[in-house]
Design a protein around this ligand. Sequence first.
Ligand code: HAM
Length: 422
Amino acid sequence: MAEIPPGGFTAPKGIPEYVGPEFVAVRDTLIREADRAGYAHLELPVFEDTALYARGVGESTDVVSKEMYSFADRGGRSVTLRPEGTAGVVRSVIEHGLDRGTLPVKLRYAGPFFRYERPQAGRYRQLQQVGVEAIGVDDPALDAEVLAVADAGFRALGITGHRLEITSLGDATTRPAYRAELTRFLEKLDLDEPTRGRARINPLRVLDDKRPEVREQLADAPLMVDHLSDEAAAHHRKVLGYLDELGVPYTENPWMVRGLDYYTKTTFEFVHDGLGSQSGIGGGGRYDGLMAELGGQALSGVGFGIGVDRTLLACQAEGLEVAPARRVEVFGVPLGESARDRLVGIVGALRRGGIRADLAYGGRGLKGAMKAADRSGARYALVLGERDLEAGVIQLKDLTDGSQTEVPLDGAVAAVDRALGA
Ligand code: HAM
């Protein structure tokens, strides 16, 4: 039989676990903003055919070449734990013919994604995203909608320290010429061999180099935004105009390089300065070639993925309270067995009435039970002793100021209701 490891079982390295309501509150707030704009829920598989990601995300990316959790299943097929959501959504749209209905197809998803990265604060091997994808219409107003939904999610949480950085990566008509020009520029620089290797696979990646000696040489690098086709340039201007219209602030960052290869035209990142080096709390853009690349019609798409883990960290960095501090509103404290029997029913009635309630289980004494009541965050305790029971009353104790009122046992639920409403 497998042994318990020395020190006990632990979760795999780089996987955060969340106890309490904050994580869910952040995730659900982000989802709510997508719902408000009419995005339908899509429950994606957690693993897919490895080739889907190799083809969809791009073999030259770190995500595909270094970070995938790939394994052969018992039938010998190579499958991969999803490193991101867009490829899976596009696969699902093609497979189920969702693009034969009204366009755009607007979908949202949430859940864990897996990347074998070096774990550190804000960078995990199991990361959580809320994402949206709008597929089938190449309309700059849709890019702006996607951005406004993400921005509204951050704002609904009370976040103010985020910044939207945006650029355009152009389209297939001018990108090859731009790549060739950038390659010629990079060839003239004094770069080490690994960097030259990266430039050969994807010259755009080099623009993202953070080392000062490389940055200095890149100061005059040709930029994609200066090489856009007329159509891509017009699209970009329209997106920025809509963002102004929608009151979504942005800064243009023509140096932006994303870690996934499918982007065209609008490309963006939301960054938060309170998070140290892992400052990207969300990212996304347009991916006009992806549907066709994965075997579907040549339809465009645009979407975002917001990192829920990092958004929660951003809330904490800003000192925001994202969930009610109180786990329950009322806590039952029975003193003795017959009191407990009676309180079980009262707590059940409170819950049926929509009041969050809990009870001291396990026959604890008054002191232990009151401590549990305090820890629960409850506003009120319902304390029931044997003598109260005989007299047909129960003590409603206000845990914020310690004051106590005696109320009839039969009217306990109504009394709590009144007290909470006051
Ligand atoms: P991404 O930029 O790779 O884009 O990931 C989106 C967000 O997920 C990041 O901004 C970050 O907040 C979070 N994230 C990524 N990796 C980690 C990690 N190791 N630990 C914690 N958080 C992480 C995508 O995944 C695209 N599918 C987004 C998209 C949708 N583009 C178009 N549609």
